[in-house]
Design a binder for this molecule. Sequence first.
Ligand SMILES: *Cc1c(COP(=O)(O)O)cnc(C)c1O
Length: 368
Amino acid sequence: MTDPANTSVINFGAGPAKIPQEVLKNVQRELLSYANTKISILELSHRSNDFKKIIDDAQASVRDLLNIPDNYKVLFMQGGGTGLFAAVPLNLMYKSGTADYLVTGSWSAKAAKEAGKYGKVNLVLPKQSKYTEIPDPSTWNLDPNAAYVYYCDNETVHGVEFNYIPETNGVPLVADMSSNILSRPFDISKFAVIFAGAQKNIGPAGVTLVIVRDDVLGNAMSVCPTIFDFSVMANDNSVHNTPPTFQIYVMGRVFDWIKRNGGVEGMEKLANLKSKVIYDIIEESKGFYTCPVRRDVRSRMNIPFRIGNNDEELEQEFLSGAVARGMLQLKGHRSVGGIRASLYNAVTEEDTQTLASYMRWFYQVHRE
Ligand SMILES: *Cc1c(COP(=O)(O)O)cnc(C)c1O
């Protein structure tokens, strides 16, 4: 019998995205009977000791990977990244009813809009027509009385990534790291809340990793849904109601895979190397491939680019050729067009080189 796992294609999707082959095979092997339980992980009680061990191990692994100190809680929540767009103001707007939002792309724009339902949103940056840069901090209009400052560390659609942590002068900082968490080390003490939907860089859709500093707990608005209340989730160790058990289990396996592959430092090295390969080809193509994003904020995870001066026919040809060669989900987001290559942790250097070779070949064939 042939191996049903299709190793001959490469998934460059932006999310749900590639999960390490090794993790998928492991999950497949264990699916019918988890550990010594004789039942599937999908059937296992969320109150069982076996599941408690899964959740505790996953927490311990991510604490270890990101050096998370004891004054932070690690939560596994539901509602996706979008759920947190609401949960953040519902938990954090207690101080002044106002929050500062750095809008650098479509995800932070959505978060700001959602927060506006619960309080006053101060848009810190001048409005941008296209999200291709991050205005210099000297131009930011920060409110010293804001309850928190919010930003998106990596804009998945526009390919804009921060290469520094914003300075807030003591105002609690909140980051959406959905599409770049565990791709580089950072100083966690700078943050009050970090969240990340799992389906980009750390696992399957359906669970959101949330890291919360103790001092912001206990202040949720009275209208905050119980399952969005960080304090309730912290007290109940993320098992207030039935959690996404399967997703937490797979995510824990991805954490262990990262540990075995050089940890966050290893992922950073790889991310720098992979993204450089693709950006170099874009630069060397003399305008055949173009990336609209300013060089200093180009994402290491999601690379949007256009071909032949935004030639949609040529882009379609590129995408069809990619599919024929086993490279999937390279189509750009509908709001941006063109191509988007997502190079998350699970995308290997070899995968990236396959795309690079194709891009070079396509350039040779089509350049004027
Ligand atoms: C995908 C994404 C989201 C939304 O996640 P959902 O789980 O679909 O709600 C939020 N922020 C960023 C940066 C994302 O990439």
